[in-house]
Design a protein around this ligand. Structure first.
Ligand SMILES: *Cc1c(COP(=O)(O)O)cnc(C)c1O
Ligand SMILES: [Zn+2]
Length: 465
């Protein structure tokens, strides 16, 4: 046991090694496994009730009380006030989604969307980045790097440019990356290194480079990022007057969000701050379905931290033998080796969770429903609504359950996918988007072609509106 009130602790109960808070190598020094940020709550008193956070609203001219992450800082107490780096992240809202509820057979007032696209860089990643940057500053880092399918690099880049305290380095693969996200990394001045390989390759390389050059790593292996991402759950609770919903549904890529949500509830329960824990549904894309396969087909469970590593390794060996690469239109979750798999297993345990996978077709149709319902999201985010549709059909979720879908990022992140869905002849999908899995555009809103003549234009408007 460390003598500091904040430290890092190995996830494996048979190892249990600890590491000082200010160290920035994010694997266990003894066994190489994942680390948690751990707190000695006796010395860092949490609030007695979640309602105490409401007082922060009257202090909103203070940037730390304003931040949707740091106004909950008593629940991630690893930084002093003057160490915190914030750019106003986490001003996100829980939207009641009655229109979407109708379309998926839920009762009015029972379905909510937590819209993380409202963050400064347009995705939930900013919640984690503010925490990672704060820790980076605590360790004295001058350079920060990540491998990313897009949104992590966009977030890293904006935090570097907005704070001016660190040089950002972004590793991308040569697979799918949306222009919206690449544009952000370039526009915010990050050094962008494109590797001839896929995301998993870029991930491996960035870790090697980080340890060789002492660059601070902000990928979701970084346990401090997950501390920031816990606050998505606090904001959901706050919006529901501290009454936990029945279900949280989230897309699963590297499984950082799932892991963070599990840790948030694990701690809230431990601290006696909630009576009930919602159930968690993690939704993989069909073309990147490692978590679904391991949990549903191979019976992998957390098992008190003693989960079967052999089952994981043999699945990865099969993927390698078949030269199988992740492939989905939902590029943000196109990941076959989720870094946070063990923590996500714990989240499933804590939140009595389920795992599902949604095809590209289901994801794109769900994305159109999100758009028609008044919010916009990128393909990966819509996996949450696609998952809800399945869980409703399977009778796992009832029409009167209170459900929160996490919309992980903004629609403008990937406008190519949106435009292709709404405009292309379904046969063109493969050509336009390079994906085979989308055959129909069931909710397409096609542009109406008219000659440049006033009468014809008026007739079209009368006909279609
Ligand atoms: C990163 C990302 C995800 C995946 O989240 P994980 O925490 O890695 O599971 C999902 N959607 C979007 C838009 C993302 O940027
Ligand atoms: Zn260990």
């Amino acid at each position: 046991m460390s003598t500091e009130p904040v430290y890092q602790k190995c996830l494996d109960p048979d190892c249990g090694a600890t590491q000082e808070m200010r160290v920035a190598t994010f694997t266990c020094p003894k066994c190489g496994g994942l680390l948690d940020v751990a707190y000695d709550w006796e010395r860092l008193p949490p609030p007695r009730s979640l309602r105490e956070f409401e007082a922060k609203w009257s202090q909103r001219t203070d940037p730390i009380a304003f931040s949707g992450v740091w106004r909950f800082r008593e629940l991630l107490p690893f930084a002093d006030r003057d160490e915190i780096l914030t750019i106003g992240e986490g001003q996100t809202i829980l939207q009641r989604a009655d229109g979407m509820a109708n379309r998926v057979g839920m009762k009015q007032g029972c379905l909510f969307m937590q819209y993380e696209g409202m963050n400064p860089s347009g995705s939930f990643k900013d919640n984690g980045m503010t925490a990672a940057f704060t820790h980076a500053r605590q360790t004295g880092a001058r350079r920060a790097a990540c491998a990313s399918t897009g949104n992590t690099s966009a977030s890293l880049a904006i935090f570097c440019s907005a704070t001016g305290l660190m040089r950002g380095i972004v590793f991308i693969g040569s697979g799918k990356i949306s222009y919206g996200k690449l544009a952000q990394a370039l526009d915010h001045g990050a050094l962008t290194i494109q590797i001839a390989g896929d995301f998993d390759d870029a991930m491996e390389r960035v870790q090697q480079v980080a340890s060789r050059l002492g660059v601070y790593l902000v990928n979701s292996i970084n346990p401090f990022r997950l501390e920031g991402q816990k606050t998505v759950m606090y904001r959901v609770l706050e919006a529901l007057a501290w009454e936990p919903p029945d279900w949280i549904i989230v897309p699963g890529g590297n499984l950082g969000n799932s892991s963070a949500f599990g840790k948030a509830y694990m701690e809230l329960r431990e601290l006696g701050l909630v009576k009930k824990v919602p159930r968690l549904a993690v939704i993989n894309a069909g073309g990147a379905r490692t978590f679904d396969e391991l949990v549903n087909k191979r019976g992998l469970t957390w098992n008190g931290g003693r989960f079967s590593r052999a089952a994981v390794n043999s699945y990865y060996a099969e993927l390698d033998a078949a030269k199988s690469r992740a492939n989905t239109i939902a590029s943000a979750i196109e990941i076959n080796r989720p870094v946070n798999l063990p923590k996500a297993l714990r989240a499933i345990d804590v939140m009595n969770g389920v795992v599902r996978m949604a095809s590209d077709q289901e994801i794109m149709d769900a994305k159109a429903l999100v758009g028609a319902g008044g919010l916009g999201c990128e393909p990966a985010s819509a996996a949450s609504l696609a998952g809800l549709i399945q869980l409703r059909e399977q009778g796992v979720i009832a029409p009167s359950d209170r459900v929160v879908c996490i919309l992980t990022a903004h629609q403008m992140k990937d406008s190519a996918a949106t435009v292709a869905y709404h405009s292309s002849d379904p046969d063109n999908f493969q050509q336009v988007l390079g994906v085979r899995g989308v055959k129909r555009a069931s909710h397409a809103n096609r542009a109406v072609q008219v000659p440049n003549e006033l009468e014809a234009i008026v007739r079209s408007i009368e006909l279609y509106s």
